[in-house]
Design a protein around this ligand. Structure first.
Ligand code: PGA
Length: 247
């Protein structure tokens, strides 16, 4: 199974559902439809209405983050996994670099993963090195640390997807070379196997993915799909990525 996950970030109002309607219409008619899943993470404000609307359709709705407490707490503006599940979210991103840079620590991330899984949310756990770590050839050790500090064998690996997003690539148009990416993805899968003691969860790539560069990414069979930011805000761009992937 391949995944195409659209991360809307701070984008979208109720009528933006038109974008998802077009993607859904494409998906149900696509001859490759059984090979992949489409998930979109709109902002919190849209999760309930979009989840209701897409309940019996192809697209799944997820959240971009969740708070590290299970149900209710006195933290202003926090939204827990329980609350997300109660309005129909099926997935949540955890550890996106935007949130790591705002202070998410490994121990907070571990709690987020734990409570998300406990509340039946599937977790898309994001990891990635920054520009200076890459320059200093620390990519592989950084990724290993990010994975081993948070993920544990007791977590249900079937409900975890890992998204490798090099920070220097997010929103910049810069992407790793095929050789780099293959090496990194294999490394991530190896670390995941050592944590879970069996097959690795799916590993996605994210960072400036578009309809053109997906032609290169699709050659790397170890990559199980994509986390797509900018290009997920346009139905045409998002559909082009899927079309070109299977072309
Ligand atoms: P991008 O964002 O596709 O705009 O680079 C990816 C992400 O941050 O998830």
């Amino acid at each position: 199974m391949r995944y195409f996950i659209g991360n809307w970030k701070m984008f979208g109002v109720p009528k933006s559902i038109n974008i998802l309607n077009k993607i859904n219409a494409f998906h149900i008619k696509d001859k490759n439809r059984k090979k992949y899943r489409v998930i979109v993470t709109p902002p919190y404000t849209l999760i309930e209405s979009y989840s209701k609307y897409f309940k019996y359709k192809k697209i799944s709705i997820g959240s971009q983050n969740c708070y590290q407490k299970e149900q209710f707490s006195s933290n202003t503006a926090a939204v827990s996994p329980y609350m997300l599940r109660s309005v129909g979210a099926k997935y949540t991103l955890i550890g996106h670099s935007d949130n790591r840079s705002e202070g998410d620590t490994d121990s907070m991330l571990k709690d987020k993963v734990k409570y998300a899984l406990k509340n039946n949310l599937k977790v898309v756990f994001c990891i990635g090195e920054n520009k200076s770590e890459k320059k200093n050839k620390r990519t592989l050790s950084v990724l290993k640390r990010q994975l081993t500090k948070v993920l544990e064998k007791k977590f249900n690996k079937n409900n975890i997807i890992v998204a490798y997003e090099p920070i220097w690539s997010i929103g910049t148009g810069k992407i790793p070379t095929a050789i780099e990416l293959q090496k990194t993805t294999l490394h991530i899968k190896k670390v995941l196997k050592s944590i879970f003691k069996k097959n690795s969860p799916s590993v996605l790539y994210g960072g400036s993915v578009d309809g053109r560069n997906v032609e290169m990414f699709k050659e790397i069979k170890e990559i199980d799909g994509f986390l797509i930011g900018g290009a997920s805000k346009s139905s045409k761009k998002f559909i082009d990525i899927i079309k070109n992937y299977y072309r």
